[in-house]
Design a protein around this ligand. Sequence first.
Ligand code: HPA
Ligand code: ZN
Length: 331
Amino acid sequence: MTSFAARMPKVELHLHIEGTLEPELMFELAARNGVTLPYASVEALRAAYDFGNLQDFLDLYYQGAAVLLKEQDFFDLAWAYFSRVHQDNVEHAELFFDPQTHTERGVAMGTVIEGLAAACTKAHEELGISSALILCFLRHLDGAAAVKTLTDAMPFREHFIGVGLDSAEVGNPPEGFRDAFELAGAEGLHRVAHAGEEGPPAYIWGALDALHVERVDHGVRCLEDEALVARLSRERIPLTVCPLSNVKLRVFDTLADHNLTALLEAGLCATVNSDDPAYFGGYMNDNFVQCQQALGLSDAQLRLLADNAIAASFASEARKAELRASLASVR
Ligand code: HPA
Ligand code: ZN
């Protein structure tokens, strides 16, 4: 019988859809679209997935995204993700997408969003997975570009529920994106941001105070700042932690060194997520099962992590009740 960690119903809140592009699909789309990849084979590409830090990964991630050109490509990408995580018992997922990675290459905003949204609809109809899209701004580009991106996305407002902030963290603090996040708030969008992955606790304070985020993506460096931990705990600000990502990008040396247990013990609403599973060696079950083994998590701790993710999600109260019932039904 499979482990409880594997069987458990799951909610994924930190997932970059471009980071689910498996080498096989990358080559297939490259061939379909006449794009030349700088790798001879799937194996050669996989062998390049050895990262010293976040920027090493981002260089390959943006290069890979160049095969995504048509609405069908975005649909195929997201449908592959939903089909894959259905096997991991994911029942609800909130997907990040990076429009600027595509619009900068001449792909229309509608092509990106409508392709992804169609896959979300099919996932609900055929797999029973509820989902939502979160538009992320690239922080290596500036705040004005973020405002323009959100403005350009407004004709497709019905298809996304929030905004986020990703890409190279160090040197690109949250405060530069105040205007874009204020505009998002005025439009009734949810707000989240990557902070405290490689960057210092000050970036988490900045995400809270300047961007008014409801969740912090990663946030693992919060433990360096006691006052910050007290605030995150008091305000019940969830952290979307990505254990395998953190090891691949050398935030922690090994999974056994990860601070996930310490985050839970500090009373924080920590969750487990896969980030960029095609690049980091695992989807949701790989993250949960490997954490369970490396950190010796109990079934009660696994259940707490799953329950935290339901609470932290932007699903409706009715959907959260369904997700909680599903979690309670699995032993
Ligand atoms: N961090 C920052 N930006 C990203 C990541 C990440 O882990 N994945 C995709 N874009
Ligand atoms: Zn991320």
